[in-house]
Design a protein around this ligand. Structure first.
Ligand code: ADP
Length: 319
């Protein structure tokens, strides 16, 4: 392949820029032309792109967000949208695309691959909810943001002998809540994957009150929601003053951590090498600390579950 392109799609995640940088630098080093497509699949349909070179990706490795911008493009799911994207590729001579995003973006990459534009998916989402991979770009930075932010909440919770119920992101998955909850020493972690009983939360708090504990942090995944009501119920049942807080979009930003920069760089490099070998319709993944790649169809069929052992341990040590 002589000419390829890169785009970021779906929700943004810290580390996407490090990945774009690795893609562009690898392509240039291999003598390929590389386009940066703006606003995900929207830019592909509308031919909104620019030629990138070694210097267009200088000084972005440490920046959160994505310099290519991201979007959710409903029109791309239609046949007209898909045709417009293919026409752009033909006009520009684009022979392959690196798509950095989540499951939805991979579905788009699969559809493009089926129509003769080989695509490689790179997992980029703070939620770590992509089945085929143990790790997604942005997860570690987001966990660190959760840890640092909840540490601050803990300070004030401690001063006032309060309980704080904190909602963290993760869409319908509890990976951020589980690892974030362990990192902040949460008394209870509530995730969509595990049934929970308010009576159990109350009983745990009462038990720890007897041992001298005076303040609490309870971490709740976005997929559960209802933190204000939960806080009210806990206050009524335990007599401990209780507040709720939703961390929100603060969790998506910030300079990527070492782990995110390293993983993004390695995965971006690998994606371009696959395209260079004429291979498309693959997703880059991390499995047992190794970088591997899967067929997109297979990757989208895979299932992933929460780490039961971590969940169990979190409860054992939170008392
Ligand atoms: P993520 O990639 O983070 O999962 P989305 O689910 O919003 O985010 O998907 C990002 C974009 O990928 C969508 O806006 C759409 O353009 C494209 N996409 C999502 N699902 C499909 C699909 N089934 N077929 C084709 N394109 C899709």
């Amino acid at each position: 392949m002589k000419t390829i392109a890169v785009l970021t799609s779906g929700g943004d995640a810290p580390g996407m820029n490090a990945c774009i940088r690795a893609v562009v630098r690898t392509a240039c080093e291999k003598g390929m032309n590389i386009y940066g497509i703006n606003r995900g699949y929207n830019g592909l349909m509308e031919d909104d792109m620019f030629e990138m070179d070694l210097r267009t990706v200088s000084d972005i490795i440490d920046r959160g967000g994505t310099v290519l911008h991201s979007a959710r493009s409903l029109n791309f799911k239609t046949e007209e949208g898909m045709q417009a994207a293919i026409e752009t590729c033909q006009r520009r001579g684009i022979e392959g695309i690196v798509v950095i995003g989540g499951d939805g973006s991979f579905r788009g990459a699969r559809d493009l691959s089926l129509r003769g534009i080989p695509c490689i998916g790179v997992p980029g989402t703070i939620d770590n909810d992509i089945a085929c991979t143990d790790y997604t770009i942005g997860f570690d930075t987001c966990l660190n943001t959760i840890m640092q932010t909840v540490d601050r909440v803990r300070d004030t919770s401690e001063s006032h002998d309060r309980c704080t119920v904190v909602e963290v992101m993760g869409r319908s998955a509890g990976y951020l809540a589980l690892e974030g909850g362990i990192a902040v020493g949460a008394t209870y972690i509530i995730v969509p994957e595990k049934p929970y009983d308010l009576a159990d939360v109350i009983a745990r708090m009462k038990k720890t009150l007897k041992t001298g504990k005076r303040h609490f942090v309870i971490v709740v995944a976005e997929g559960i929601g209802g933190v204000a009501n939960l806080a009210k119920r806990i206050e009524e049942e335990t007599g401990v003053e209780c507040r709720s807080t939703i961390l929100g979009h603060i969790q998506r930003g910030g300079s990527p951590t070492v782990r995110d920069r390293v993983m993004a760089s390695i995965m971006g490099n690998k994606a371009v090498k696959l395209l260079m070998d004429g291979i498309g319709n693959r997703v880059i993944a991390v499995k047992d600390d190794k970088i591997v790649d899967y067929d997109i169809f297979e990757a989208l069929q895979m299932k992933k579950s929460l780490n039961d052992e971590y969940y169990q341990i979190a409860h054992e040590i939170s008392i």
